[in-house]
Design a protein around this ligand. Structure first.
Ligand SMILES: Nc1nc2c(ncn2[C@@H]2O[C@H](COP(=O)(O)OP(=O)(O)OP(=O)(O)O)[C@@H](O)[C@H]2O)c(=O)[nH]1
Ligand SMILES: [Mg+2]
Length: 503
């Protein structure tokens, strides 16, 4: 409970940091169209992807503890469904859908983070919906069920760009579950493209959980191992990694005709894998923890990018100031020279012969002033626009790009800096930008450090909790060091199913 509260308050703090320190600046300079915190404000999300009929909806129903999503053998559901918690209906009541919202509402309500999906058009909106359910499983997260991936259906048939939508949803989600089933462990083309092109590129690999579902349909342990091997091979091809990502094994006991406890056939292996099902559920319930990591990265990334944006436009201004000073000074020297020349010329040619010295001097100063006015109006303007053009052309010179991180972050704001300088012609209130820079820099330097420190503290709490659980689960004789553990009378078959080991 303490851990849950800690996570929730850390989340709230991070959202408020983004809201008060970064969001306004991001919108002002066109870095973000919507308030920056929109995508992190809502609850942690778990995206469920997979082949058609791989059991996505069945697994979701198992998590929720009720038949919320439609299931069926043929491609069943062609909608993207957000399933979220309804806290207004007590958990003690039967778990059910308490409210439904359609896509149009969802895409336009600023309470939800789905505004960025508006670009996918009307056809997508018609396939997008939200269900509120009073399942305790949803207390700290929301699930997203998706239409199955199919080889035979093209983007045109679907009427919307499936790959891009999956990419955007994966970007929003804190955890992505990718389901496979034994029949299609070879995976299909769309699965390949979606996973390789979108998830691997746009989210971190530790945010993806690969799941081999419906394992009860394997005829024996040997059969399961063969399927597992095929899937491993395919996954290593998809992810391009030499090490194979961990694969969770699961099945739905409700959908299955075979029971885990059935010990007469070849299905004993299901019983041995029972703990995997529990581990999967626990891993999904870790979504709020993933959200914290994602938020920390979010704050760091955006603070760094905004920092680079402001650093670049400030650097432009300080270069412009130096340039102006240099050419102003040159103009002044030339003006002095012109004034001196005028006085000297006048005196030597005798034109100013009758004039007194102070008047001659005033005339010289007048020439200097006139020259300076001319210098400012004509050559300086021309040189200034040449300076502006030159810096727009060589915009990468504005800030040092000595590390890969700086280069990556600069790539993300480079065009924005270009557009801003082009539009403003380098004229902006300097004190204001300096103030904003200090603010963003503080988040970038101190805010990020504090978030990481809080995350470490949280990891400490988690470790403590685990060791307490571990300690309490140790058998009693563990504490009686001098006493040997009792020898079992007979050899126990570890795979035997007894009353006490049944779940
Ligand atoms: N034996 C067995 N059958 C399952 C399991 N999970 C799902 N099924 C069955 O597989 C079929 C497809 O399940 P769904 O949950 O609809 O699959 P889906 O991935 O949501 O399918 P689409 O929404 O059409 O992409 C249903 O008939 C389920 O009863 C499982 O673990 N074991
Ligand atoms: Mg489904």
């Amino acid at each position: 409970m303490y851990q849950e509260n800690y996570i929730n308050s850390l989340r709230a703090e991070m959202v408020s940091m983004v809201e008060t320190q970064l969001s306004g600046i991001a919108q002002e300079y066109g870095y973000s169209d919507v308030p920056l915190e929109t995508t992190i404000k809502w609850r942690p999300m778990v995206l469920v992807l997979g082949n058609y009929s791989s059991g996505k909806s069945t697994l979701i129903n198992e998590f929720l503890g009720a038949d919320i999503q439609a299931i069926g053998q043929a491609p069943t559901d062609d909608s993207f469904t957000i399933i979220t918690y309804d806290g207004t209906v007590p958990d003690t009541e039967a778990i059910r859908i308490t409210e439904q919202r359609d896509g149009k509402f969802l895409l336009n309500d600023p309470e939800y983070p789905f505004e960025i999906l508006k670009k996918h058009g009307q056809r997508f909106a018609a396939h997008f919906r939200l269900k509120k359910v009073n399942s305790p499983f949803l207390k700290n997260l929301a699930l997203i069920d998706t239409p199955g991936m199919l080889d035979s259906i093209t983007e045109r048939d679907r009427g919307y760009n499936y790959q891009e939508i999956i990419g955007d949803l994966a970007h929003l989600a804190d955890l992505v579950l990718v389901l496979f089933d034994p029949h299609k462990a070879g995976t299909v083309r769309e699965a390949h493209t979606s996973i390789r092109e979108t998830i691997a590129k746009r989210t971190y690999e530790d945010r993806v959980l690969y799941i081999l579902n419906r394992i009860d349909e394997c005829a024996s342990l040997g059969d399961l191992l063969q399927v597992y091997g095929t899937l491993c091979w395919n996954l290593s091809q998809i992810t391009g990694r030499k090490d194979i990502p961990p694969i969770h094994l699961t099945y739905s006991s409700r959908a299955s005709q075979r029971q885990a406890s059935q010990d007469n056939g070849n299905y004993k292996f299901l019983y041995l894998l029972e703990n995997q099902r529990k581990q999967l559920k626990d891993a999904v319930l870790q979504a709020p923890r993933h959200r914290l990591d994602n938020m920390a990265t979010f704050v760091e990334t955006h603070a760094e990018r905004l920092n680079h944006f402001l650093e670049a436009i400030l650097s432009y201004r300080s270069r412009l100031r130096r340039f102006r000073f240099k050419f102003g000074l040159l103009g002044f020297v030339l003006g002095l020279f012109a004034g001196g020349l005028a006085v000297f010329g006048g005196l030597s040619t005798g034109i100013l012969g009758g004039l007194t010295h102070p008047v001659t001097l005033t005339g010289g100063v007048g020439v200097v002033i006139l020259f300076m006015i001319f210098w400012m109006m004509m050559p300086m303007r021309y040189i200034h626009s040449a300076f502006h053009r030159n810096y727009l052309k060589n915009i990468d010179q504005l800030i040092p790009l000595d590390t890969q991180t700086r280069r990556d972050s600069w790539q993300a704001v480079r065009d924005l800096v270009y557009t801003y300088l082009q539009k403003s012609k380098g004229r902006f209130p300097l004190y204001k930008v300096k103030e904003e820079y200090t603010k963003v820099n503080r988040v970038y330097e101190e805010g990020s450090r504090e978030i990481r420190r809080a995350l470490n503290e949280l990891a400490g709490i988690e470790q403590n909790r685990e060791s307490i659980i571990e300690d309490s689960s140790k058998p009693l004789y563990y504490y009686q060091a001098e006493e040997e553990p009792p020898e079992p009378d007979t050899f126990d078959d570890p795979y035997a199913i007894t009353e006490s080991t049944k779940f």
